[in-house]
Every structure is written in C-alpha cells, then in structure tokens.
Design a protein around this ligand. Structure first.
Ligand code: HEM
Length: 205
C-alpha cells in the first residue's frame, strides 16, 4: 500500500496554522472586525502568535510524556506559524496603525514601554525564522540548536508584553488579567519542564 504523503498531525498543524489567518481575512472583508478593526487585527494576531509559540514549546515535553515521536517533528512548523502571526501583528502596528509615521511611533513607545519588549521579542524571532530552513539547520549544525534556545528568552518577553498590553503596569494588575495569566502560567510550566532534572524524570515515564 502506498504511504500517505502527509500524516494526520501534519494536516492538523497546517490546517490550524492557516485557519486563523483565513478567518481574519474573511472577517476583514466582511467588515466583521469590531468598531476598531486595526486594534482587532493587532489583538487577534498577537494572540495567535503567542499561542503558536507555546504550541511549539509544548512539542518536546509532550512527546516525552505521551511517547509521541512525531510531535518534535512538527515543532518547527508551529514556530513558523508563530512567526507568521507575529509578523502580521507587527506589520499591522507599523503600517495600518501608524502609517509608518516613525515620529508618532516614537511618541507612543515613550508612553507604552511594553512595545519595546514586543519589539525585542520580534527582533529575536527574526534569526530563528530566517534559519528555520533545512539548509541552515545543516549549515549551522550544533549552533542551530544553540541559536534556537533564544526561544527561552523570547517567551518570557512576549508574556510580559502581553501582561503589560492588557494592563499597562505589571505591578498594578487589575481587570482583564485572565488571559495573560493563563498564557503566563502555561509558558512557565513549559519552560520548567525543560529543566534537566524534570526532563530526566519525564523521559523515564
Ligand atoms: C515590534 C514588535 C511589536 C509591537 C510594536 C507590538 C505592539 C502591540 C500593541 C500596540 C499591542 C496592544 C494592542 C491593543 O490592545 O490595542 C500588542 C498586544 C499584544 N501583542 Fe504585541 N507587539 C510586538 C510584538 C509582539 C510579539 C513578537 C508577540 C508574540 C509573539 C506579541 C503578542 C502580543 C499579544 C499576545 C498582545 C495582546 C493582545 C490582546 O490584547 O489580546 N507582540 N502588541
């Protein structure tokens, strides 16, 4: 019997990867993006970006827990979808929101410091996305893995960016904090699962 070209997980990952973008474009074309469509695109793309980053971080620990060998093979695609939505998010901010008016952006950055954290996270994501091709994996060898450890820095930056985007002041949290706490908790759990003693225990399960 001929082997299937794509596995079910591969189809699921790519379906889940493109669906939010298709949905966003559909809502945009049908004028279904709230009274503030630019903010809606910014918020939705931001959430999708962090969600895919966490999915990609979850692959290795879940593979150990569930003994599911295919999961780590899908980590790269999930990370790339995270980058895709981060790029939509950033492009929306710079182009749609500010029309590339650097003076206005600079004024806003001075009052919303969370933007700086998002910008650092995005700059750190760039080399990861650029080297996600097989060519670079081969060329960089062990350094590819080292470079991709940047995700351990990017994740906390994005989580704090998320917290602050919602509240503006981390020390003064109030109101709509459920989502940032949920994502923050998941990020901490996924990063803890990578600590060598915990990782060792998991691989014995
Ligand atoms: C140059 C880089 C970035 C800029 C300028 C930026 C800008 C913004 C702005 C202005 C908001 C507030 C949107 C609003 O509620 O009005 C926001 C929220 C957010 N951003 Fe970013 N961001 C950047 C990078 C990132 C990255 C790299 C990620 C994820 C990988 C991210 C994830 C989020 C999330 C999850 C939110 C909260 C969305 C919500 O309110 O539901 N951002 N960002």
């Amino acid at each position: 019997m001929k082997k299937a070209r794509f596995t079910a997980l591969q189809l699921l990952v790519h379906g889940a990867g493109w669906l939010p973008l298709a949905w966003l474009v559909f809502d945009f074309l049908t004028d279904n993006l709230t009274a503030n469509p630019i903010q809606a695109i910014e918020q939705r793309s931001g959430i999708h970006a962090i969600t895919f980053l966490l999915f990609s971080l979850a692959c290795t620990p879940l593979a150990s827990i569930l003994d599911w060998k295919e999961l780590p093979l899908r980590r790269k695609a999930l990370g790339n979808y995270g980058f895709l939505y981060a790029a939509v998010h950033v492009a929306t901010f710079f182009i749609l929101d500010y029309g590339l008016n650097l003076a206005a952006i600079w004024r806003d950055v001075a009052t919303k410091s969370f933007i700086i954290l998002g910008a650092i996270a995005f700059l750190l994501l760039l080399p990861l996305a650029a080297t996600s091709f097989r060519f670079w994996m081969k060329r960089l060898g062990k350094n590819w893995k080292r470079l991709h450890r940047l995700v351990y820095l990017i994740t906390p930056l994005v989580v704090v960016h998320f917290f602050m985007a919602k509240k503006g002041d981390l020390l003064n949290l109030s109101g709509d904090i459920f989502q940032p706490f949920l994502y923050g908790g998941l990020a901490v759990a996924l990063l803890l699962l990578r600590l060598p003693p915990i990782k060792k225990r998991l691989s014995r399960v």
